[in-house]
Unconditional design. Structure first.
Lengths: 278, 278
């Protein structure tokens, strides 16, 4: 019987540990830790994500400082805002995507390493090349926590990652290949023509491409583990990357969509905040 | 007939371009660009590498400032030395490996990004995750320059990299997977048991493990390209990773050892210096 890798218990476990750190912080510092989120513009998905982060902050005893800037904010004004909030925050999120006239990387790189809860500054990503990294980008961390919670063995396993995004696949490929995980990692992408020659050999297949139901049973190795982290929307309905029809008992386990990695991502962010303040 | 991918013409091409930049630098600044190399201790291989860099500096019109520190140098003294030379150098190399009592990463990370000719600081490595990187770590760059010089097509090709070192394989895997190269990249390592299931599907096999003659013809796909960047020594003889016996006409092309990627590496370093000062 296929096991469904629900994200909720993983998120709860992370939250429990983070809350302990936040409570200790509060009793030593006589205040709650403070996370500042900056949004520029009105992208509905971004606003939704940030409001989820705000809810979680309330649950965990974190002061959530949401700075909503108008779409037309200049790079200079944004930079000054960031400089201000650095002084008074324990963690900073600059929600992506940013409007086109804003230089996203340069903006993200203004966040000091000790406040970088998303783990997306160049300096933090570069630290992943060492074995002493502290902060893993939140979505990558969510996947690693899922793997850990469900005792999924990665040693000498063939892991295929579909997608090569800067913020998810690339850091994840690097980490899963490291001595801690010892996986044999292959990265495929939209320009890979013979995808099945990879996916059908994947003991663990991680899909992060964001195309609705792109991979059906014909792509998936029997008794393998499938982790779906793609999200796409068509006609205001959202989908994962995996077409789950007829999958019964084909796989050893799989993360569902929704309810898989998604719920862990926000908790991973707070887990990073907990690491930064302790 | 198998093509041998000699490094020498690639190095000469790089040097020609670098020299042009250095000559321009000299005529604008009335001085040669200055590269400072720091060695700590007497590791013979390190001293040999640095002396090769020094020779090349002389050829290219770069002032080479070699600071030789004793094995027992403290972290503090090393740090102060680096702070001093930052003021008066156009590029800095801290030769690895460093003695055990020195924190190598912390030391490397003292090099400002604009002087980091080796491309090994965390900040520079993190920039590789963006598509706007400027400096590629010298050995990775050497391989990419070899690929470019010999017009090796990487698009949708299966590239297998053996080895997962921080300084070579990991940055290279990331870059070859990016939109500029579009390769399907797999990384294998000492804990991969079924290596042939990867190597026999490799259109391009890059070996960076440093074990003498580890891969013979039985590992190599017919008509594939093999790039050997491993170096190991046994009884004061040095070897590459590839056992070339009986290889006649099995491969499309291969880099030899010696005379393959090695000679390009030093030139790649100066190519990085040229990028940094222009």
């Amino acid at each position: 019987m296929e096991i469904i890798l629900y994200g909720k218990p993983v998120a709860e476990e992370l939250d429990k540990n983070s809350k302990k750190v936040f409570d200790e912080f509060k009793s030593s510092n006589k205040r709650n830790p403070k996370l500042t989120a900056i949004t520029v513009g009105e992208d509905p998905a971004s606003l939704l994500y940030v409001s989820r982060k705000e809810e979680k902050a309330n649950d965990l005893g974190v002061e959530f400082n949401w700075i909503k800037l108008p779409e037309k904010t200049s790079q200079n004004d944004l930079d000054s805002q960031i400089k201000e909030i650095i002084k008074e925050s324990d963690g900073i999120i600059v929600q992506l995507p940013l409007p086109r006239h804003i230089h996203a990387e340069q903006t993200i790189n203004m966040i000091p390493n000790n406040l970088d809860v998303d783990g997306l500054t160049a300096l933090n990503l570069g630290n992943l090349y060492s074995d002493n990294y502290k902060i893993i980008p939140a979505t990558s961390l969510a996947i690693l926590e899922l793997i850990k919670y469900y005792n999924i063995d990665t040693n000498d396993k063939n892991i295929v990652i579909a997608g090569r995004s800067r913020l998810v696949s690339s850091p994840l490929a690097k980490i899963l290949s490291s001595k801690k995980y010892n996986a044999n990692v292959s990265v495929i992408h939209s320009r890979t023509t013979n995808q099945k020659s990879f996916t059908l050999n994947a003991d663990i297949f991680i899909s992060a491409i964001g195309k609705p139901k792109n991979y059906d049973i014909s792509f998936l190795k029997e008794n393998s583990v499938v982790i779906d982290i793609g999200i796409s929307s068509v006609d205001s309905q959202t989908y994962g990357d995996i077409d789950t029809s007829n999958l019964e008992n084909h796989l050893l386990s799989r993360s569902p969509y929704p309810g898989g990695v998604g719920p862990i991502t926000v908790s991973a962010l707070y887990s990073n905040l907990a690491k930064l303040i302790s």
